[in-house]
Ligand binder design. Structure first.
Ligand code: ADP
Ligand code: MG
Length: 683
């Protein structure tokens, strides 16, 4: 029977008392395996350097010889000890604070290694640590690991204890990756990597050890997602849609425009999934204005023609109502019944819709989160489409899924997710991507101006309106206060109505009732209102192709993806469109956002640079994003490694042998221990 590291309590490591054991628990360290996998987040460099090469103010380790006896000065309760040291061809002053007890050891002629901060002008080194080579120096020449510590655990105790653990149990570190992959990528064996990551002989060695552990982490993560997907596919408990191709083709032919190649490809991918007996779980990502709604319509049509029902969830009522109008127009000629279900229906309307859904009189329902309340029942829900998925909680989606037997799920997002994050966060999803926008679109020109240009911007609005177009003016965000925002947008509206006394200026904000919002939107969509002053309620999805000008006040207060979404409200027809950002940015990030917006109107690029600016953790906002906390891997720098790991995982899972090959036994065992494989839902 093999001894397993993850069954050895830390207490068995020499130097770990009952008290220390408890303190380690606070760090999640319970076993020898936990401790050995508690990796440093950086290293301190004690490699000896030539003084000539050390820059002013840099910290470095140098070697020298004591040149004269030290001098100790006292002030207050403190001491300052200085000593002349010959280092290479230089004579320098080494200074220690509050370490005068070293005085007797600093005998002229003795070799010494000093680590500290170099002041080139004064030729002075402020010593942090010193060692005597004749004592058998320990740190000199090494890279010392720096761990995250705290409480009763000090850095030096952690170093010592991990070194001890390596000595006692290092030989038990198991390999988990298949030999084949280690060979293919020239990875360090796991035992060596664990040793080296704590005690690298060189920077390159530390790098190689880190790379090996990062790959392992990413591979296991991808393997889990992909094995889970393969596992659920084997279950085949989804609905196999049966709508015939001819009917769907006829529906597509009746659309007011021809689908782009990208749209056709996405439709085919979706229809292919829908025909399979397993549950579709597909992400459709495409920049704003790339035409996702019509793809949803085709999928919903296929669900209805297969004898089932479909649901389309939108993040706001305005958007739900807009989708309702779009679908009604497309579906009416085909006798398909569409209904709206939002929080602002009257009790009676709501009852009617619920009855219609349960009896199957309603084929497609469009709504907000009101769709997912427990009292909503369907006769046969087979497809759920969510628009702008990042606004829905993970829990909400799964409630809705539970209402059908096992409906197919299509998730649409206009916040294009950089590839890395897509394959990380959505590794269990298939991804369709719309890269191109429909033909005939003119790129949106984006300008950034300061507040003192407001009059010119107003002139610009006037000219666009005179040419028959329409404009949005977005009110700045104020704190997180809805109330202040409302007051602000009302003031701005008044100001704009005064500036354009002969035009109709609409006003839209979150505090209006659904009916009021609807009326305002209809007025703007029909062209009756020329200008719409709004808060970010129009941020996502709103589609008024005749609007060609988007003006954002205090634009630096908005995040990049928000700005890009707002800009996406224009450029939806064949007219040239403009986005004007008014801002006097006070921060460097604010400034950078303005630069990025004026440099590109490609959502993928905006999103990539947003990621750079914010880092991956912040990108999705919350923990519920499903992004795992990697110990070693860093999503913003390990792009290539992640892609490799994903491809490798896909290859392994697709092999029949993976499920019984002894070489993969350890991997399978690790997978099966995961809650996901013990029946817990992944989302
Ligand atoms: P988004 O992907 O942002 O949700 P929409 O689905 O709202 O985009 O589509 C944007 C606009 O483009 C709509 O007015 C829609 O009718 C139109 N559209 C969609 N596909 C095409 C196409 N293939 N050719 C021309 N116009 C299209
Ligand atoms: Mg949309």
């Amino acid at each position: 029977m093999n001894i397993r590291l993850d069954q050895i309590p830390v207490r068995q490591i020499k130097g770990v008392s009952a008290r220390k054991e408890e303190e380690l628990h606070a760090f999640g360290i319970r076993t020898a395996a936990d401790l050995l996998e508690y990796f440093p987040f950086r290293y301190e460099d004690y490699r000896v350097r030539e003084l000539e090469e050390v820059g002013d103010g840099e910290k470095a380790t140098i070697q020298g010889k004591i040149a004269a006896p030290p001098v100790v000065q006292r002030y207050g309760g403190k001491t300052r000890m200085s000593c002349r040291v010959a280092a290479g061809r230089m004579l320098i002053t080494a200074v220690w604070f509050n370490r005068h007890f070293l005085k007797d050891q600093l005998t002229p002629g003795r070799d010494i290694t000093l680590t500290g901060k170099w002041d080139r002008h004064r030729r002075q080194l402020t010593v942090a640590e010193s060692e005597f080579p004749d004592r058998g120096a320990s740190k000199t020449g090494t890279l010392q690991p720096v761990y995250s510590v705290g409480g009763g655990i000090t850095q030096s105790w952690m170093r010592k204890t991990i070194a001890q653990a390596l000595q006692q149990f290092g030989h038990l570190v198991p390999e988990v990756l298949p030999h084949e992959l280690i060979q293919r990528h020239g990875l360090m064996p796991r035992r060596e990597a664990v040793m080296r990551i704590h005690a690298p002989g060189s920077a390159e060695e530390g790098q190689a050890a880190r790379r090996r552990m990062a790959y392992e982490e990413l591979f296991l993560f991808q393997l889990k997602l992909q094995a889970y997907r393969a596992h659920t596919r084997r279950k085949r408990d989804g609905i196999a849609h049966t709508a015939d191709n001819a009917a769907i083709r006829e529906f597509a032919a009746g659309l007011p425009f021809e689908l782009t190649d990208g749209q056709k490809k996405a439709v085919n991918e979706i229809l292919h999934d829908m025909r399979q007996p397993y549950c579709m779980n597909r992400l459709l990502q495409g920049d704003v204005g790339s035409g996702k709604t019509v793809i949803a319509a085709i999928a919903l049509y296929a669900a209805v023609k297969s004898g089932h029902q479909g649901a389309l969830m939108a993040p706001t009522e305005i958007l739900a109502e807009q989708h309702l109008r779009t679908l009604e127009k497309l579906f009416k000629p085909h006798g398909i019944q569409v209904a709206l279900l939002t929080g602002s229906l009257t009790e009676r309307q709501r009852r009617d819709v619920l009855a219609g859904l349960q009896m199957g009189m309603i084929d497609v329902v469009v709504g907000t989160h009101a769709l997912i309340q427990e009292d909503v029942h369907f006769r046969s829900l087979s497809l759920v489409v969510t628009d702008e998925q990042h606004r829905f909680g993970v829990g909400q989606r799964s409630i809705l899924r539970r209402k059908g037997i096992h409906p197919d799920v299509l998730t649409m997002t206009a916040t294009p997710i950089p590839r890395t994050l897509a394959i990380t966060a959505f590794g269990d999803m298939d991804v369709s991507t719309l890269r191109e926008r429909p033909k005939g679109r003119v790129p949106i020109k984006t300008y950034w101006v300061r507040h003192d240009m407001l009059d010119r911007v107003l002139g610009f609005i006037r000219r666009e309106v005179a040419a028959g177009r329409q404009a949005y003016i977005i009110c700045p965000l104020i704190e997180e206060s809805d109330k202040l925002d409302v007051q602000n947008v009302i003031d701005l509206h008044q100001q704009m109505q005064q500036a354009f006394p002969d035009l109709k200026v609409g006003l839209l904000h979150g505090r209006l009732t659904a009916a009021e919002k609807d009326a305002v939107m209809r007025e703007f969509a029909s062209g009756e209102a020329h200008v719409l002053v709004a808060t970010t309620v129009v941020e996502v999805g709103v589609d008024v192709p005749n609007a060609t000008l988007m003006v954002v006040m205090d634009a630096d207060r908005f995040g990049l993806s928000q700005l890009h979404q707002l800009r996406g409200r224009v450029g939806r027809g064949s007219h040239a469109s403009y986005c004007v950002l008014i801002a006097d940015p006070k921060s460097e990030t604010g400034l950078e956002r303005m630069r990025i917006m004026t440099e590109t109107d490609d959502g993928f690029e905006v999103s990539r640079r947003d990621l750079e600016l914010r880092g991956p953790g912040d990108f999705f906002g919350t923990k519920q994003s499903g992004l795992p906390d990697f110990k070693v891997a860093d999503l913003s720098s390990d792009y290539a490694l992640l892609e490799t790991a994903r491809d490798d995982a896909a290859e392994f899972v697709s092999r029949e042998a993976f499920w019984h090959d002894p070489a993969c036994a350890r991997l399978r065992e690790m997978l099966m221990r995961d809650p996901v494989f013990q029946g817990e839902q992944l989302d």
